[in-house]
Design a protein around this ligand. Structure first.
Ligand SMILES: C[S@@+](CC[C@H](N)C(=O)[O-])C[C@H]1O[C@@H](n2cnc3c(N)ncnc32)[C@H](O)[C@@H]1O
Length: 135
């Protein structure tokens, strides 16, 4: 996927990094950090650590933005509706367990604010929501 993205973008202004985000440390600070369809895959026990990472990646007046969804089908909920674990299948039928936390705009707003951020999370149509904010 990284090779495909690199080829399609063909820009020397973009650096692609192959890393485990839970082990990665930014080597510079940015004006903005964006994450698309990522937050709902962060286990709740790692939620606070992830936001500390966002803080380390931002310049003092930097801002974050994200978009995500809470889409989980009934047949994916192998551990029940309250669990963050779902089972998803690839096109070849292989099954994998994945983290998919069913955040709502309201619940996320509270969780992120509790970590000391100014944030606005808004519902979009369907299961989608976006958020943006700063320290
Ligand atoms: C739902 S996809 C979203 C991908 C992309 N942001 C988009 O909007 O199309 C979640 C991505 O997170 C990646 N991912 C999962 N765990 C990760 C980790 N620990 N470190 C880095 N990436 C991870 C997956 O490989 C997958 O590409």
């Amino acid at each position: 996927m990284l090779a495909l993205a690199r080829r399609q973008l063909a820009s020397d202004r973009v650096r692609f990094v192959h890393a485990d985000l839970f082990a990665w440390e930014p080597d510079e600070r940015y004006d903005a950090v964006f994450f698309g369809f990522w937050l709902s895959h962060v286990p709740l026990e790692r939620f606070a650590d992830f936001w500390h990472l966002v803080a380390r990646a931002l310049k003092p007046r930097g801002r974050f933005a994200f978009v995500d969804d809470a889409f989980r089908t009934p047949d994916e909920l192998i551990d029940g509706e309250d669990s963050s674990t779902v089972q998803r299948r690839l096109n070849d039928g292989t099954a994998f367990r994945a983290v998919k936390v069913p955040h709502t705009a309201e619940s996320l707003q509270g969780l992120i604010e509790d970590l000391g951020w100014e944030v606005e999370v808004r519902r979009l149509t369907g299961p989608f929501f976006w958020g943006e904010g700063h320290r």
